[in-house]
Design a protein around this ligand. Structure first.
Ligand SMILES: *[C@@H]1O[C@H](CO)[C@@H](O)[C@H](O)[C@H]1NC(C)=O
Ligand SMILES: *[C@@H]1O[C@H](CO)[C@@H](O)[C@H](O)[C@H]1NC(C)=O
Ligand SMILES: *[C@@H]1O[C@H](CO)[C@@H](O)[C@H](O)[C@H]1NC(C)=O
Ligand SMILES: [Cu+2]
Length: 389
């Protein structure tokens, strides 16, 4: 599987070197190819450590029941379709749990997940709850796909380093029935979008799309967004909580992709010695690989509140979680990094909040009872049992 991804990576690098002579700022062709190999090596080291851990520790997570989270492009077409079908199933389930008195725009089970994120955004971004919150949040979604919608697989991830020169080349965005749709249709003459998110403000120039996604599984006739936006104008009704049906739009940006989702951006993060450094390299206010993964997609991905409205969100956050767990398992002893906490409990510590400890309760709104950070740090203990392949 990784071999295929690696070859895809090399091919995109090869395509790039002939097509875009000026790309090499701060890490050329060789540096990126070497970084891709390094990530593969570190992932293998992580996998070996996880396999050893589940053999020696009796957590109920075993090589038999462990979920294998794979890169989208390495799944068979049939497996990609069964994932997409499960997303449709959540979308078509009209018995949601969110009270309309809380979020009037919710219409289906998929919206429950968007709504939970929308309510919790100021507490779980640009702070010490970011990583543990999103780990369990993705797990809740994966669990709903499996237990409510008959999906047999694991949550896939999107390794954006494989197409950092041109995200439209990714199997995630190729517009086929086995993708998550395409770029948005190109809309000329657009103005930049100013986003005031959790802990940052930034203006985004128009990129290569901007309109609705018209190919693949999430076209306007099959899938609509209902909530938001909140972080940019014009906001949806009732402050973005009201019913605001519209198409999924995207605005793929090769500039953001090559600006922050390169293999070298990842190796720099994995080289961190502590969780403070890891968090900064994920979530730096002016960038970080987490932000860039959202920015390069555009559309609702620019709205930190309602970003889970685009189904690609879950694959991006699985990739973020993958990098965190690889980093956690590279240190020795493993517990030392896995048990590390960092930061406070509000975005950019505004308003000021307490430091996160292993006992801090992470909120999940209507999606789940709160969980202590302690239960969310290991991917093979507590509620979790999965490995990234
Ligand atoms: C619909 O969602 C509810 C939660 O609100 C869940 O309990 C139920 O299993 C789902 N039903 C289907 C058919 O997916
Ligand atoms: C990603 O890496 C490139 C090349 O090394 C560098 O110029 C850029 O600043 C990095 N991006 C971020 C967001 O750190
Ligand atoms: C929170 O952590 C910071 C940085 O480690 C430290 O300087 C500060 O004293 C801590 N605050 C409390 C209330 O423990
Ligand atoms: Cu989020």
């Amino acid at each position: 599987m990784k071999f295929v991804s690696f070859i895809t990576g090399l091919l995109s690098l090869a395509a790039l070197s002939s097509a875009a002579p000026g790309y090499g700022q701060g890490g050329g062709h060789d540096a990126e190819a070497a970084a891709s190999k390094q990530i593969d090596r570190l992932q293998k080291q992580y996998q070996k450590y996880i396999r050893d851990t589940i053999k020696t520790r009796q957590t109920g997570c075993t090589s038999k029941n462990i979920l294998r989270r794979r890169e989208w492009g390495s799944l068979s077409k049939a497996d990609r379709r069964s994932y997409i079908d499960a997303v449709y199933c959540l979308y078509h389930n009209q018995s949601f749990v969110t009270p309309l008195s809380e979020i009037p725009g919710v219409r289906n089970r998929y919206d429950d997940f968007v709504g939970g994120h929308l309510q919790l955004t100021p507490f779980v971004h640009a702070d010490g709850l970011f990583l543990p919150f999103h780990r369990f949040y993705v797990h809740l979604y994966e669990t709903a796909l499996r237990t409510e919608c008959g999906y047999r697989g694991a949550q896939p991830y999107w390794d954006w380093t494989l197409s950092y020169t041109d995200p439209a080349q990714s199997t995630v965005f190729d517009g086929s029935p086995w993708s998550l749709g395409s770029n948005g249709v190109f809309v000329p003459g657009r103005s930049p979008i100013t986003v005031a998110g959790a802990g940052f403000t930034r203006t985004f120039p128009p990129a290569t799309g901007g309109g609705c996604v018209y190919s693949g599984p999430f076209t306007p006739d099959k899938f609509q967004l209902h909530l938001g936006p909140i972080a940019f104008e014009p906001a949806g009704p009732q402050g973005g909580l009201g019913y605001n049906p519209r198409c999924l739009s995207r605005d793929l940006s090769p500039d953001f992709a090559s600006g922050g989702t390169r293999p070298t951006n990842v190796t720099r993060l994995l080289a961190c010695e502590d969780l403070a450094c890891v968090n900064v390299r994920f979530d730096d206010p002016v960038g970080g690989v987490h932000g860039y993964g959202h920015f390069l997609v555009g559309g609702i991905q620019l709205d930190v509140f309602a970003s889970p409205s685009d189904p690609v969100f879950w694959l991006h956050h699985a990739q973020i979680d993958r990098l965190w767990t690889i980093w956690q398992n590279l240190g020795r002893p493993e517990e030392q990094r896995t048990q590390q906490v960092w930061g406070t409990q509000t975005a950019a510590n505004t308003p000021p909040s307490d430091n996160v400890t292993l006992d801090t309760l992470v909120p999940f709104g209507r999606l789940s009872p709160s969980k202590p950070v302690r239960e969310l740090v290991s991917t093979v203990d507590g509620p979790f049992c999965y490995i990234y392949e």
